[in-house]
Design a protein around this ligand. Sequence first.
Ligand code: SAH
Ligand code: DHB
Ligand code: MG
Length: 226
Amino acid sequence: MSERGIWEGVDDYFAQAFGISDPVLERALARSREAGLPGIQVSPGQGRLLWLLARAIGARTVLEIGTLGGYSAIWLGRALPPVGRLLTLEANPRHAEVARASLADAGLSAIAEVRLGDAADSLRTLGAQGATPFDLIFIDANKDGYDTYLELSLRLAHPGTLVLADNVVRGGKILDPASPDPDVQGVRRFTDLLGGLPNVAATTVQTVGQKGYDGLVVALVTGSTD
Ligand code: SAH
Ligand code: DHB
Ligand code: MG
């Protein structure tokens, strides 16, 4: 079996053993697929990890940057109490429409909002409005914007906020400082910015599985980020 085949098999094995999926999540994936959206959402195991982290910190408010068909949003929304709030930012109207349908199917419409528009614009507006800070921020939109998203979303954070960022390893491409790939350059700027912040402690969890070899940044805001 190929290395990739083993990673996928192991992902499936634990997803089965731990009962990670369910009909609502499967319907969300089917709705995304049928609408022709790219199948680049987090894997079931990664979705469970998002849910676990949100629950572990007792998150009541979550900000997601990059909605796609709402798969990760369902996981995050399910971690919140009935009075919670999930705001997820998406630039593509077709993606937003599919996500709203799947969030409704998941019974999360009352606490989840899909906000259409360029994420940087939405983040600037939220900052200008003095929006209530979020307990968890999940960065997963265009990778060449990760540094901008980090800078803007930290204005919407408080000490204790958990910041997560998907796809920071990209099969190891991240190691090449001279990479012509704008996504790699964006993630490297994000990493430099994050590493220079005095009041944020970060690590990267490298991952293999259905989504190949990649990684998730897990960072905690430990003090003021003003
Ligand atoms: N978090 C999702 C996957 C997100 S894929 C999940 O795991 O289920 C990345 C998404 O970011 C895509 O839907 C894409 O349309 C969106 N996106 C790309 N550029 C964007 C931008 N500038 N502002 C907001 N969303 C953007
Ligand atoms: C891809 C994967 C992602 O998780 C994402 O957010 C964007 C793109 C990809 O595999 O291309
Ligand atoms: Mg991703």
